[in-house]
Design a protein around this ligand. Structure first.
Ligand code: UGY
Ligand code: MN
Length: 246
């Protein structure tokens, strides 16, 4: 029998590992007939919000972005998304960027459809317009090698321009592939594993990680990862970018 007093989840001042075994559902106004797991939030000390939404029968999201922009990625399933007056059917691997001040509806969802969302309060830059609505498909985004290592591939899902103050990327590591050095940086991360497994080092602590796990890394949390197992390890991650370091 499994011992229910154990978990792989860890929450510290500089990082968190959130494994699905600890999920408790939240109810969010306007997000109906779905489970919402708030994975990362300011209550943790973070400056982003990351959720996992799993639709039940007749699941639906209706809302308006206000101060925060909303990005979501379809992990599995299918739904119809309307942002302002633009409607598209989206499936696994598709993503949607909703800038501030836009109405949105996610409907006609097939039960079991899952979305990962990232929300960040938008910091507008003088001289740059608010970014446009984006419907994208990760299958159409190139994945060049990362820092010249053929075992690592990075897909950048949002345009890298000063209009945007957040990036969302998909990082793929072949088994044995690893970050080339321990990163120590001002940007914060939120991420979820879409596939595979490996070991993450966060502030000198070592954690086994696998598909379905999520990680928060505060600014300056030291980070390094190596992929293990028989298939590539893949995670989708958020990063705050492109603003003056006040
Ligand atoms: O973009 C990044 O900072 C990325 N290389 N970090 C990470 O995957 N932990
Ligand atoms: Mn990093």
């Amino acid at each position: 029998m499994e011992i229910s007093a154990l978990t792989r989840s860890v929450v510290t001042r500089t990082h968190a590992i959130i494994s699905p075994d600890g999920y408790i559902n939240s109810r969010v106004p306007g997000w109906d007939n779905c489970t919402v797991n708030v994975i990362i939030n300011e209550q943790m000390g973070a400056h982003l919000c990351q959720t996992l939404v799993t639709f039940l029968e007749a699941g639906k999201l209706v809302g308006k972005t206000e101060k925060s922009q909303l990005f979501f990625y379809v992990v599995q399933g299918q739904c119809q998304v309307t942002v302002s007056s633009e409607t598209n059917v989206v499936t696994s691997g598709h993503y949607v960027y909703i800038p501030i001040g836009q109405t949105y509806q996610v409907e006609n969802t097939s039960p079991g459809t899952q979305l990962i969302t990232f929300q960040k309060i938008y910091e507008k830059l003088d001289g740059y317009d608010v970014p446009p609505i984006i419907f994208g498909d990760a299958a159409n985004i190139d994945g060049p090698t990362y820092l010249g290592d053929p075992a690592l591939r990075l897909q950048v899902l949002l345009p890298d321009t000063f209009h945007f103050d957040m990036a969302v990327n998909i990082f793929t590591y072949d088994p044995g592939g690893h970050l080339p050095f321990v990163e120590t940086h001002i940007m914060e991360h939120g991420l979820t594993y879409l596939q595979g497994q490996g070991v993450y080092m966060l502030d000198q602590q070592w954690y086994p990680i696998k598909k379905g796990d999520s990680i928060w890394m505060a600014p300056y949390c030291q980070q390094w990862f190596t992929a293990m197992g028989k298939e590539p390890a893949v995670y989708i991650y958020y990063k705050n970018v492109n603003r003056f370091p006040t």
